[in-house]
Design a binder for this molecule. Structure first.
Ligand SMILES: *[C@@H]1O[C@H](CO)[C@@H](O)[C@H](O)[C@H]1NC(C)=O
Ligand SMILES: *[C@@H]1O[C@H](CO)[C@@H](O)[C@H](O)[C@H]1NC(C)=O
Ligand SMILES: *[C@@H]1O[C@H](CO)[C@@H](O)[C@H](O)[C@H]1NC(C)=O
Ligand SMILES: *[C@@H]1O[C@H](CO)[C@@H](O)[C@H](O)[C@H]1NC(C)=O
Ligand SMILES: *[C@@H]1O[C@H](CO)[C@@H](O)[C@H](O)[C@H]1NC(C)=O
Ligand SMILES: *[C@@H]1O[C@H](CO)[C@@H](O)[C@H](O)[C@H]1NC(C)=O
Ligand SMILES: *[C@@H]1O[C@H](CO)[C@@H](O)[C@H](O)[C@H]1NC(C)=O
Ligand SMILES: *[C@@H]1O[C@H](CO)[C@@H](O)[C@H](O)[C@H]1NC(C)=O
Ligand SMILES: *[C@@H]1O[C@H](CO)[C@@H](O)[C@H](O)[C@H]1NC(C)=O
Length: 837
């Protein structure tokens, strides 16, 4: 069972509680000489944006002086700066932040100095005061000066983990001092962690992320002064929000940024897990929206699992697990903190004693499907796997080897830091052999019989369960005729039999366990955004897809059931059908009809398989998707906005008819849950409309936008996400638009159908695609006009379109400052309210 979300939830509750301890603002923005701050006193910036005082980030009684957004601005506690990162105080009521000898200083309960602005008192003689500004900057000024004078010291020059708008991040050429953004050690310890961001000292004007101040694992690419972006951060092209600028002179070089709309709340932070993230506060949903994160995948962060012998799994939002035969270095950790200490051997290995014949020597654990760490030594191609193995076995510090016909024999010494499971598009990964004590390798086998027994007992128990179930149903059936559509009778329903409108079939957990062979890995069809999906076989050999929700619904069980019942009523040839559900113990499981041909992306983006999809098939798929989306928008009894329309959510049946999956998830999870999984927002970056990316605002036109992207993908056979890596056209639409402008629209069409397609149809589809991905929601057609256009024969009558959103640089759209989040917050975020028809 996946319990991570729970512990995450518990953690945030604790964190929140820690913050709910009330702070008593002393109603000033300034700490003056002979004034001091202590206990729960805080100062608040003049405009009420930021607050400064003692805070406690974790469970321990460790207090720090920090700056955070005031509750009126950002309701989620978010610290942006920490003074005494390394040395906490334990009693805030007897600790004091005050002005002393021209410095701002912090004394702990023992009256020991733990932190200071460290100015030479000679330069700051006379009285000084510390003022918290609305930018989040804490400045120290001479008491006599006014607010236009250069500060003696400012927190913006000493950032911790967050770079706020108006702040500078660069280096001082005179002192050679580089400003670093340094991650927290973990979620509850602000002490400097292993990850940091800084301006590179070479000519490229790029930012780099480093591990342990040495190992570089990401770069922003060089700064392009003409387009005001970093080459490897294409998201910055959406910079009608941010105004980045680079300043260099004989004294210093730095970047700074501002927001075009000063009312917007945004920050750039380095996470405890080594990602640099730009986050924007969504007032409508009261949460931080991840605008972009780098590296994009959590697993791409160097040594993210914290130490040796663990592997990062990119599909479960970047979580780490120990390799078989290894145990976590720490038993229990906060939140995602399986990342932390890495893993260690249960039994230590014997150094170099390879020839131990009595079976107590070392052996190798075989770990399949891994992308291998980089610090390997190559031992040539001529060697066989056997000699590769013995080289490793005979070397005292060899920890692993791998062998294949391409790279030959590879050997690793010391820590195995960056193992990760491949993503869908990374290929299959390779097998790595990790040295382990013979006893650890054997242990694995000892576990098996008990597993077998467990599985066998589930199976033998099943007939009893089913028998008991029939008995129960019989008695129930006598009492209430209409309550008879449970469990095993599902076959009739799925086969198209009549369906009782009032009921959603409910399955027992045991039936689900039996159907999926206890959620066996072999039955796993994939990992959706809401949890893994398994193939299941119900009684009478009916195949179903079983989605095991990994998150808690934001709603109570009754509301959850009500939503499910409503969604189960949505029935259309182009929607995947919800057949039933199971809510038992902690489990929430949805049962859908099974689609043998899996999802569209698997077919469309695979060079060898895409040939199966001729133009006729593609056009039918396009039409089908359009019909399905129209149905959920317009003709169903509820109005549903899908919000996550993409190729992997289009499933294909045996005859390649498209069926949309995952609709209604936003309803099931409550409005905020989708964005809450931050990786996900970035993951589907290419399908998000600008107003959604900017404001979290969605309407039917969000789905129209995503449909347009999907349409272009189907015609071109190119994956939108693939464009994301290249600098010239950040999106598929941008690329297609460049070709189209030059009269080369035909080149947009997938080569594998270019010769055989109906050219007029294909060009029409591209045109419609462009209409759908326009910047302004009002310019995009509705789904019903999309369908009219698709079915129409006269492609000359299609309306003209404007340049696609996100296609080029920031000047593609004027900044409309009237588009503030508050304008959108009421009328449009209505998805959670059923709209009866
Ligand atoms: C602070 O206190 C000292 C002694 O108590 C006094 O001499 C000084 O003038 C005070 N400063 C201010 C700004 O009030
Ligand atoms: C700020 O102080 C300086 C001298 O300290 C003075 O010249 C300037 O006029 C003052 N500005 C304002 C806005 O008070
Ligand atoms: C400086 O102070 C004056 C008056 O106190 C105020 O009007 C002005 O907005 C302040 N300027 C800044 C940059 O804070
Ligand atoms: C980081 O680097 C220092 C030397 O610069 C080294 O002593 C330390 O062990 C390294 N930390 C880790 C976690 O590898
Ligand atoms: C962007 O920032 C620079 C430097 O801070 C400023 O000069 C420029 O006017 C800003 N541009 C806009 C459009 O606000
Ligand atoms: C660089 O520093 C010197 C000495 O502090 C100063 O005179 C000069 O104006 C500075 N140059 C710039 C461009 O700020
Ligand atoms: C390995 O073998 C050598 C002698 O061949 C012995 O001295 C050493 O103690 C052995 N090491 C272990 C860990 O058994
Ligand atoms: C196996 O051999 C090792 C040395 O090679 C020895 O230390 C150990 O006691 C032996 N174990 C058994 C069960 O004979
Ligand atoms: C689709 O599924 C059917 C039935 O499983 C299979 O025969 C067919 O080959 C599949 N087509 C593709 C393109 O995968």
């Amino acid at each position: 069972m996946n319990t991570k979300p729970n512990s995450k939830f518990v953690f945030s509750v604790i964190l929140l509680c820690a913050f709910l301890e009330s702070h008593v603002s002393i109603a000033a923005d300034t700490i003056k000489e002979n004034h001091s701050l202590s206990g729960d006193q805080t100062i608040v910036s003049a405009g009420g944006m930021f607050e400064l005082g003692f805070f406690k980030p974790g469970q321990l009684s460790n207090y720090y002086i920090g700056i955070w957004y005031s509750k009126q601005v950002v309701s989620e506690s978010t610290v942006v700066w920490v003074a005494n990162r390394e040395i906490p105080v334990s009693d805030r009521f007897s600790s004091v932040l005050s002005i002393l000898d021209g410095n701002l200083v912090l004394f702990n309960e023992a009256k020991t100095l733990v932190w200071s602005t460290d100015l030479n008192s000679a330069t700051s003689s006379g009285s000084v005061q510390a003022v918290l500004l609305d930018s989040g900057n804490l400045v120290l000024r001479a008491g006599s000066s006014n607010n236009t004078s250069e500060p003696l010291w400012q927190s913006f020059d000493h950032p911790t983990h967050t770079w706020l708008p108006g702040g500078r991040l660069g280096f001082n050429k005179i002192t050679d001092h580089a400003q670093l953004l340094t991650s927290w050690k973990n979620l509850e310890d602000p002490a400097p962690g292993l990850y940091s961001l800084k301006l590179s000292l070479d000519e490229s004007n790029s930012y780099i992320l480093q591990w342990n101040r040495s190992k570089q694992y990401w770069t922003s690419g060089s700064w392009d002064e003409s387009s005001h972006i970093f080459n490897l951060v294409p998201e910055m092209r959406l910079n009608y929000i941010f105004n980045y600028s680079y300043v260099t002179n004989e004294n210093e070089s730095y970047f700074t940024y501002s927001l075009y709309d000063p009312r917007r709340v945004s920050r750039c932070s380095i996470s405890a897990l080594g990602q640099i993230q730009q986050l924007t506060w969504l007032d409508s949903s009261k949460q931080w929206n991840l605008f972009w994160a780098k590296p994009r995948q959590q697993c791409d962060v160097y040594a993210v699992c914290g130490g040796s012998f663990s592997s990062c799994n990119p599909t479960s939002s970047g979580s780490c697990k120990c390799l078989k035969g290894f145990k976590p270095n720490r038993q229990r950790d906060w939140d995602l903190q399986i990342y932390s200490g890495g893993c260690s051997r249960k039994t230590s290995v014997q150094c170099g004693n390879a020839t131990s014949t009595n079976g107590t020597g070392d052996g190798f654990l075989e770990i399949h499907r891994q992308l291998l760490p980089e610090n390997k030594q190559q031992y040539g191609y001529a060697l066989s796997i056997k000699s590769c193995r013995s080289i490793c076995l005979n070397e005292c510090h060899c920890t692993a080897y791998a062998y294949d016909s391409i790279d030959g024999c590879s050997i690793w010494h010391g820590d195995i830091l960056n193992l990760r499971e491949p993503e869908e598009n990374d290929g299959y990964g390779r097998t790595i052999y990790i040295r382990a004590a013979a006893s650890d390798i054997k242990k694995k086998r000892l576990i098996k019989p008990s597993l077998v027994i467990a599985i066998v007992s589930i199976f033998t128990g099943l007939p009893l369960v089913i028998f008991g179930y029939y008995l129960w149903k019989k008695t129930l059936g006598r009492k209430r005729e209409h309550r008879n559509r449970y469990g095993v009778t599902i076959n009739k329903l799925a086969a198209g039999g009549e369906r009782n409108d009032a009921e959603l079939p409910i399955f027992g957990l045991r039936a689900i366990i039996a159907a999926t062979n206890n959620f066996a890995e072999a039955n796993k069809l994939g990992e959706g955004g809401f949890g893994p999906v398994y193939k299941g076989i119900l009684a009478e050999n009916q195949e179903v897809a079983i989605k095991r929700l990994s998150k808690k619904s934001g709603q109570g069980q009754q509301e959850f059931m009500n939503e499910l019942k409503l969604i189960a009523k949505l029935q259309h040839t182009n929607l995947v059908r919800l057949l039933g559900c199971c809510i038992e113990d902690e489990e929430m499981i949805l049962i859908y009809e099974y689609m043998p041909n899996r999802s569209l992306d698997k077919l469309l983006f695979d060079a060898s398989e895409k040939t199966e999809l001729d133009w006729g098939g593609r056009f039918r798929i396009i039409e089908g998707i359009a019909q399905g989306v129209l149905y959920i928008h317009k003709y169903s009894r509820l109005k549903i906005i899908h919000r996550d329309l993409k190729a992997s959510n289009i499933l294909l049946d045996g005859a390649l008819n498209p069926k949309i999956s995952d609709f209604g998830m936003a309803r099931i999870f409550g409005i905020n849950q989708i964005e809450a999984n931050t990786n996900r927002v970035v993951g589907t970056y290419g399908y998000m409309s600008p107003e959604y990316a900017r404001y979290g605002h969605f309407s039917e036109k969000l789905d129209v936008f995503s449909f347009g992207v999907l349409l272009l993908e189907i015609v071109s056979g190119k994956k939108n996400a693939a464009f994301y890596r290249f600098e010239h056209s950040p999106t598929l639409a941008g690329w297609a638009w460049e070709l189209w402008k030059d009269g080369r629209g035909m080149e947009v069409i997938d080569e594998s159908v270019r010769e055989t397609c109906r050219l007029d149809e294909a060009l029409k589809c591209i045109h419609i695609g462009f209409l759908c991905v326009q910047e302004a929601p009002a310019d995009r057609p509705t789904m019903s006009s999309v369908i009219l256009m698709l079915q129409g024969t006269d492609s000359t009558s299609l309306p003209p379109f404007k340049e696609p959103a996100f296609s080029t640089h920031r000047n593609s759209t004027p900044v409309r400052s009237s588009q503030t989040p508050t304008i959108f917050s009421h009328n449009t975020v209505t998805i959670s309210l059923p709209e009866g028809r």
